[in-house]
Design a protein around this ligand. Structure first.
Ligand SMILES: [Zn+2]
Length: 208
């Protein structure tokens, strides 16, 4: 009799514990590392100019919990001397430092890391790169050169592609976040429908 009721109690407990766990999706956490050279630009300012419109866009098509965290003064990361490095080299250096920094944490594809720098990369004549990301991976770099730069690169980490991006019209021709950038066009401050679907799929797949 005693053993029976004990078994029932254990069953009851495990039910109570399992239901909330199944409903609570793990947050997508974007950790932003402003380079030491951005000391005079506050986290609030960076958030207003580069991240709030991205967050608003994400909230318009997914109810997945999202957090943006700013981390400054991280030795080996926010002081990377990137001025003479190619973007691929900066991204590699940043990625290795993140792997070390995260070595004691459990790995998750929902933990994204973005290094923000003042200057853009790979200058050649009038051309430059405003950012670079590892597709569907956890690291990216973006410069202050374009307001949609972080959203473009975070998108790549969440599986958005240039092919699925599109031009729209909002009074002027605008580019969705993952469209290759041209200064003649404005920002739509949103992803294309196809890239929204790519992100939703990615979040769903990696939440389990
Ligand atoms: Zn791109």
């Amino acid at each position: 009799m005693f053993r029976h009721s004990r078994a029932a109690l254990v069953f009851g407990l495990s039910c109570t514990l399992q239901i909330p766990a199944a409903l609570a999706a793990k947050s997508l956490v974007v950790t932003v590392y402003p380079h030491d050279e951005l000391v005079e630009i506050s986290d609030e300012q960076l958030n207003t100019d580069y991240f709030q419109h991205w967050l608003d866009e994400m909230r318009s098509f997914t109810d997945h919990p999202i957090e943006i965290v700013f981390r400054r003064n991280v030795e080996g990361i926010t002081n990377i001397d990137y001025a003479n490095m190619a973007s691929s080299q900066i991204l590699d250096t940043f990625t290795q430092a993140i792997v070390e920094l995260q070595s004691s944490h459990p790995f998750s594809f929902l933990n994204k890391h973005l290094l923000m720098t003042r200057d853009s990369y790979d200058h050649s004549g009038a051309n430059y790169n405003a950012g670079l990301a590892y597709f569907k991976q956890n690291t990216a770099i973006a410069s202050l050169a374009a307001y949609n730069g972080p959203a473009h690169e975070i998108g790549h980490m969440l599986s958005t592609t240039h092919e699925d991006a599109e031009l729209k019209f909002n009074g002027w021709i605008c580019e969705t976040y993952t469209h290759p950038r041209s200064p003649a066009r404005s920002n739509c401050y949103r992803y294309s429908d196809k890239n929204r679907a790519n992100i939703s799929e990615y979040l769903k797949y990696n939440s389990n």
